[in-house]
Design a protein around this ligand. Sequence first.
Ligand code: SAM
Ligand code: SF4
Length: 372
Amino acid sequence: MGISLGMPAVRSRTGAADASVPVPAGVPGLAVSDGLMDRFGRRATDMRLSLTDKCNLRCTYCMPAEGLQWLAKDNLLSRGEIVRLVRVGVEQLGIRELRLTGGEPLVRADLVDIIADLRAAHPELPISLTTNALGLDRKAAALKEAGLTRINVSLDSLHPGTFAQLTRRPFLERVLAGIEEAARVGLGLVKINAVLMRGINDAEAPDLLDWALQRGFELRFIEQMPLDADHGWTREGMVTAGDVRARLRERFVLAPDPRSRDGAPAERWQVFRPGSAEPAGTVGIIASVTEPFCADCRRTRITAEGQVRSCLFSHEETDLRALLRSDASDEQVALRWQEAMWGKPKAHGMDHVGLDAEDYVQPDRTMSAIGG
Ligand code: SAM
Ligand code: SF4
C-alpha cells in the first residue's frame, strides 16, 4: 500500500517510526466493538488461522508434486503473536470460534503449547483443528489434554492405492490410525472432509459415507475449488454437489436436515438406509462452487504470515504481522483487521452462469498457503 508523506506511522520494536506500517485509521462510522463487519452487513465471527504453509502430503488438488517454497520460520507468526491475535479477535472483535489449519498444522513443533496457551486464555472458546492426521496417533492425547475441542480430518479414499494417487504419499494406514486415536481420546465429534475427483475416487462416495456412519463420524464432501498450484481445476472435471448426491443416492436415502444451517458452509442431509425410518446419521456437502453460500459467510482468515484474507478467493491481503511486531496497541491491530474485513467482496466470482467464466482469476496462493 502506498503512503503519503507525513502519515503517522507506528514504531518498530527498535523504537524508530516505521513508515511502512501506517497507523490504522479504522472504518469511518464503525467502532471496534462493532466487530468484523463488511459493507454487505455480514459479521465474521469464525476465525481460520493457518499455523504453517508446510505439509507432508501432496494432494493433487492442493499442492504441486515437488512441494512449494516454504516460508522461513521468522516469517511465521510466533506462538506469542498467535495468542495475542486470537485474544484481540475474541476480546475486541467478537470472534466466537477458532479453527487452526495449514498447510499441515501437526508439523508445527509448538502446536500443543499454542493450544494450551489459547485454552488458558479462552476457557470456553471452541478450538478445532483441520489436519491430514499424519502423526495424530502420537499427538491426539496431548492435543486433547492441551484443550483442543475437536478435529476435522481430510480423507479422500479408503483404498491405499487411490489414497496414494491423490496424496502422492502411501500413508493411508497411518492416517486411519490417527483418526482412530483421536476418536479414542475424545476429540469428537470427528468430522471427515473428502474432496472427490472424477474418475479417481468419486465412485467411493457411498463407501466413505458407510465407513463414517459406522464410526459416528460426520462426513462432509467439499467441491473441488480452483485453488491448486497446478491449475488443474476444470469445470468439466470437478465433481459437483449434485453429482455427490446422485452417487450417495445409489445406496442411501437423503432428506434435508431439519436443523437450521446457521451460517455453516455445509448443507446437511439426513441419511437413511433403504427401508429404515431412523436416520443412520448425517452427511454434509460444501458446494462452494455450484451452490455458493457467500451471503452467509462468517469467516475471517489469517495466513501463517499474519495476513488477513477476507475471502478464500481474495486477491488482496492485509498485513497484521508488521503491526504485531511494532509497538502498535491491541486496538490498532483490531482496527486494521476491521479495515481488511470491511472490504470483503460480496461473492467469490465463480458463481456465474457457466462457472468457468473467463473473468474468474485464480488467486496466487494455493489452498495450502491460505489455510483451508
Ligand atoms: N492439511 C490439512 C488438511 O488437509 O486437512 C489442513 C489444510 S487443507 C488446505 C484444508 C482443507 O482444504 C482440506 O480438507 C482439503 O481437502 C481442502 N482443500 C485443499 N485444496 C482444495 C481444493 N482445491 N478444493 C477444495 N478443497 C481443498
Ligand atoms: Fe497438505 Fe492438506 Fe493440501 Fe493435502 S490438502 S496437500 S494435506 S495442505
